[in-house]
Design a protein around this ligand. Structure first.
Ligand code: TXA
Ligand code: MG
Length: 348
């Protein structure tokens, strides 16, 4: 398949949006920018189109898709028994990086929800995405536009690495703003439950709807406690080389990483190090990359997946990362990094 590239790095192009909308309404696949990561879109109400997404990504079919909408009123068609929380959260955070799990209506095929009777809904904060959703019929299923198991794409170039020749179209909207997938909150329980941490923190949600819990599967050390979001159980966001997180005081972390990179060098390998602007110059015997600045946590979120992809291209033999428990997005950043590392942590 020839994958068409539409350039919208300078904003929405109406003619390109019309072409992309036609592809979606004909059951095709279009990758597009959102404020979190790039999505791989298909008509969410067309089960054959939704199935194509699973095929293109190599994604297990029990892993449900998020339905993207552009206007609040359109939520009624795809949900039932909408709780009051939904409107409150929409008023506070939509369009934005928040996904709500709600009871689904009969209009949503089980192919879209991985067989579940609930549906995840989100309104992204990106002008190209909103225009595309409207042009494509109003309900666009979109997982992150990566091959299943690879880091989510934060640029159109990352999408092309995984999807060129496999999907109909890629819309380039430039690098994304946030770089980590949306916060997912389940509104079908007694109290709202966070299934996946993201830019919208637990504290921000609690200001709007009162008490919010974290899914047990997110916090439990017990591997038999499964997360409620089916996608959270897979080893995700995985770089090709083994990744270890080194935790401890600043000085000890730096010394330990240098000892490890020296040992890797001795063995004839090349270690990659995920450092920050503040620590970049300290490391030796390794390919060292800064993920961002500890003073700007958004810069760390933005670059996490790109750095993992860069180390894949460099074919490093092992990756050592500092730990990033930043104040607001730390939970989301460390959730993704821990998964990329398969929970391999070295305490010093
Ligand atoms: O920021 C985002 O949410 C991005 C952009 C493209 O919007 N999308 C995204 O989709 O991250 P994906 O498919 O990579 O992740 C969706 C997650 C999976 O972990 C999936 O299991 C969970 O949402 N999910 C979807 N529907 C669900 C449901 N009905 N109940 C529980 N979890 C659900
Ligand atoms: Mg994903």
């Amino acid at each position: 398949m020839n994958t068409v590239l539409e350039n919208m790095t300078d904003g929405v192009h109406e003619d390109g949006i019309r072409r992309a909308g036609r592809v979606l309404r004909n059951g095709g696949l279009v990758a597009f920018p959102t404020e979190t990561v790039y999505g791989l879109g298909a008509d969410a109400l067309d089960q054959d189109a939704a199935r194509k997404i699973y095929q293109a990504k190599g994604r297990p079919s029990d892993n449900p898709l998020i339905v993207h909408i552009a206007d609040w009123e359109t939520i009624e068609k795809i949900t039932e028994d909408l709780p009051a929380w939904a409107k409150l959260l929409s008023d506070a955070f939509w369009p934005g990086p928040l996904t709500m799990v709600l009871k689904k209506s009969a209009a949503v095929p089980f192919a879209t929800t991985g067989g579940l009777s609930t549906v995840a809904v989100r309104m992204p904060d990106n002008a190209v995405a909103l225009a595309l959703i409207r042009a494509g019929g109003g309900y666009i299923a979109a997982p992150s536009a990566n091959t299943s198991g690879r880091p989510s794409p934060t640029t159109a170039g990352h999408v092309a690495e995984d999807m060129d020749g496999v999907i109909d179209m890629i819309i380039d909207g430039g690098p994304v703003l946030i770089g980590l997938e949306s916060t997912i909150v389940d509104l079908t329980e007694e109290i709202p439950v966070i299934l996946r941490p993201g830019y919208i923190s637990r504290e921000m949600l609690q200001e709007v709807v009162g008490p919010v819990r974290l899914d047990r599967g997110l916090i439990s050390e017990d591997p038999s406690v499964h997360p409620k979001a089916p996608g959270m159980k897979y080893r995700h966001y995985a770089p090709q080389a083994p990744l270890f997180i080194v935790e401890g005081s600043e000085n000890r972390v730096r010394e330990k990483i240098n000892a490890l990179t020296a040992a890797e060098h001795e063995r004839g390998g090349l270690a990659g190090v995920i450092a920050t602007d503040e620590s970049l110059d300290f490391y030796e015997h390794a390919a060292v990359k800064s993920i961002g600045s500890r003073d700007e946590e958004l810069s760390i979120a933005q670059h996490l997946y790109a750095i993992l992809r860069e180390f894949d291209l460099m074919k490093v033999s092992v990756i050592y990362s500092e730990s990033f428990e930043t104040p607001r997005m730390g939970a989301a950043i460390m959730n993704r990094l821990m998964k990329a590392a398969g929970h391999q942590v070295i305490h010093v």
